[in-house]
Design a protein. Structure first.
Length: 97
């Protein structure tokens, strides 16, 4: 499985990359051809990207600060599974099983 990590800062990128590779997946920084996209909701154009990927049928896992409930809600409305930062690792692991 190819997992695109988009708009993810270095700390989360390292952690999430480890989860993907441990599950036998391949990490990408490109949404083209990915099987799953993981997107930081505070990244520029995140909602636009979520909508585009969802429309193409690509599953999207979005994450961000729990204090940004508005962005988490907007990501869900755009078609993503959206979780707070504290849950992203666990939810990603579950998706990759």
């Amino acid at each position: 499985m190819t997992v695109a990590l988009l708009g993810v800062d270095l700390l989360f990128r390292s952690k999430l990359s480890g989860i993907v590779t441990a599950a036998g997946g391949v990490v990408s920084r490109d949404a083209e051809g990915c099987d799953l996209a993981v997107i930081a909701i505070e990244a520029p154009r995140a909602m636009e990207l979520i909508t585009t990927l969802h429309t193409r049928g690509v599953p999207v896992l979005a994450f961000g600060p729990h204090g940004r409930a508005d962005l988490l809600r907007a990501a869900r409305d755009a078609g993503a599974v959206a979780v707070p930062n504290s849950q992203i690792a666990e939810v990603l692991e579950q998706r990759l099983r």
